[in-house]
Structure formats: structure tokens, C-alpha cells
Design a protein around this ligand. Structure first.
Ligand code: GDP
Length: 296
């Protein structure tokens, strides 16, 4: 199951604390060293793990915990709260979907991370909420990409706007006019991916953003890539500016490092998570639930 190793490691640390009754500062320090190791093994960013443990230690060494009759339980509670905070707080962060007029979402990310699938998942998600989304095919380099969007669009029962291999920014612009004429209130732009970050790709994304007013630039990253996913998010944010992340393939992620590090490293929240290959396998990202899963 998910996070098996991290969950197991943490529960081992807490078990040791529980066996102690009252806790000394040395006990907490030792426990936090182990928590830090467990986080690093889960592929959490080094600085994030360090800051996290410092924060937990500081709170755990406070009077309430030290004088409590159940100090170990208090430490678990603090870890839970801090994990939740690390990932964005109790509630999922919402996309900037407008109630009136058109909202434009631009999907970007590296090839194979789940961009096209998640464009369609989002389309279906909003269609089910009574909105009228439109998918836009701006990945013009691989003919298969347009076909793929058409297929998932059909499955999601969301229309797809395409203009073959026209310039992406022109396609985006025409799609806006089309959406206006056809009453589509959420325009979801699928853009090209590459195997690696390159300048041409970044320039293209910037040009789209200069041509249409994008409300949310969503970076689609594969949770299984761990810290590498977080580095990609950092670079995309620096180059084109992102509003948040869609973390995909969390169903296959056994470590949790990306989920834990994205916000702290990039300053950008995770909006949604992909939990499977099917178009319904999309969930708003609840930091508190994720913390709960990690703590087992
Ligand atoms: P793109 O190149 O970024 O557009 O990636 P695709 O949307 O084509 O997805 C690449 C592969 O990942 C496909 O086989 C998808 O079915 C799969 N995939 C996408 N999202 C998820 C997810 O949340 N969980 C799992 N298990 N597979 C996913």
C-alpha cells in the first residue's frame, strides 16, 4: 500500500516514544532525527525535511507536551498538524473558476506525466458540476496527441477544439472565440510536452499566456518522480509562472516525497491528485487526508 515504508518508520518512532512515559528533550531530539531520516528516505527535499523536524521539535518541547500525561500522543498530533500545514492546510486549494464569463486553464508539463489525461479528467469533473468545458488541442507536434485528446474528450463527453498543426497561440486564441460562441465557460488548453525541459517549450507556453488570459496555469507532474517532480515544478514556475500543481499517479506513489515537498519548495499548492488511469480518477488534494494516510 501507499507510503508503507514512511508510515511504518513513523509508527516505529511513535511507538518508542509511547514506551517512555514522560519525554525528555533528548527523547524528542532522537525521535526527530529518525523522523528526518524517514522523510529523506521517502524522497522529501532535504531542507523541507529539516525545517519540518525543527518546527515539530520546537512545538514538542513546549510545556503542553512535556507536562502532558500522554506526551507521545501529543507529539503524534503535532506531526499530523505540521504535515497538513506543510501540504497546504485543512482544505483543498481551489482553482480560480469564475462564476461568470470564461475561465481558462492551461495544462503544462513534461511528456508522459498525465497532462492530456488530466485535461480530460478536469473536463469531466467540471461537466459533472454543471459547467460547459471545452478542451483545446495545442500539442501540435505529435499527431497522436491530438487524436488522444479527441478520444479522451469523447469519453469525458467534453468537446474538443483543434486546428491541426497551426501555431499553438493562434489555436488558443481561436478556441476562445469558439468557446464564447458555443457557451463554453471553462477552456482547458492541453499544451505540448517534452521529455525534458527546454527553452523552445517554455517560449511556446509563454506565447500562449501572452495571447490568451490564463486564469490558472496548471503543472501536471508525476508523483512517482519524487524530488525530480518537485524540481520540474520549481523550474516551470521560474520560467513561465504556475499557479499550482496537479499531482498524478498518486495511486502508484509509494513514497510521498513529491506530495510533501511541492508547496514548500515552489510556494505553489497541489490542487488535484490523479488516483488512477480512468477519467473519474481525480480528486481535490486534501492535505489533511494525505497526512492521515501517511500516519497510517
Ligand atoms: P501526457 O504525455 O503528459 O499527456 O500524459 P498522458 O495523459 O498521455 O498519460 C501518460 C500515461 O499515464 C497514460 O498511460 C495514462 O493512462 C497514465 N496516467 C495518467 N494519469 C494517471 C494516474 O493518475 N494514475 C495512473 N496510474 N496512471 C495515470
Amino acid at each position: 500500500m501507499a507510503f508503507e515504508s514512511l508510515t511504518e518508520r513513523l509508527s516505529g518512532v511513535f511507538k518508542k516514544l509511547r514506551g517512555k512515559g514522560r519525554l525528555s528533550e533528548a527523547d524528542i531530539k532522537a525521535a526527530m532525527r529518525e523522523v528526518r531520516m524517514a522523510l529523506l528516505e521517502a524522497d522529501v527535499n532535504y531542507k523541507v525535511a529539516k525545517d519540518f523536524c525543527n518546527q515539530v521539535s520546537e512545538r514538542a518541547m513546549g510545556q503542553e507536551v512535556m507536562e502532558s500525561l500522554t506526551p507521545a500522543q501529543q507529539v503524534v498530533k503535532i506531526v499530523n498538524e505540521e504535515l497538513t500545514r506543510l501540504m497546504g492546510g485543512d482544505e483543498p486549494t481551489q482553482l480560480h473558476i469564475k462564476n461568470k464569463g470564461q475561465t481558462v486553464l492551461m495544462m503544462c508539463g513534461l511528456q508522459g506525466n498525465g497532462k492530456t489525461t488530466h485535461a480530460a479528467k478536469l473536463g469531466k469533473y467540471y461537466r459533472k458540476l454543471g459547467r460547459r468545458p471545452l478542451l483545446v488541442a495545442c500539442d501540435i507536434y505529435r499527431p497522436a496527441a491530438i487524436d488522444q485528446l479527441r478520444i479522451v474528450g469523447e469519453q469525458a463527453e467534453v468537446p474538443v477544439f483543434e486546428m491541426g498543426t497551426e501555431r499553438p497561440e493562434l489555436i488558443a486564441q481561436k478556441a476562445m472565440a469558439y468557446a464564447k460562441d458555443h457557451g463554453n465557460d471553462i477552456v482547458i488548453i492541453d499544451t505540448a510536452g517534452r521529455l525534458q525541459i527546454d527553452e523552445a517549450l517554455m517560449d511556446e507556453l509563454v506565447r500562449i499566456k501572452q495571447t490568451v488570459e490564463v486564469d490558472d496555469t496548471l503543472l501536471v507532474v508525476d508523483a512517482m518522480a519524487g524530488q525530480e517532480a518537485v524540481n520540474v515544478a520549481k523550474t516551470f514556475n521560474e520560467k513561465i509562472g504556475i499557479d499550482g500543481v496537479i499531482l498524478t499517479k498518486t495511486d502508484g506513489d509509494t513514497r510521498g516525497g513529491a506530495a510533501l515537498s511541492v508547496l514548500a519548495v515552489t510556494g505553489k499548492p497541489i490542487y488535484f491528485q490523479g488516483i488512477g488511469e480512468k477519467l473519474d480518477d481525480l480528486e481535490p488534494f486534501y492535505p489533511s487526508r494525505m497526512a492521515g494516510r501517511i500516519l497510517g
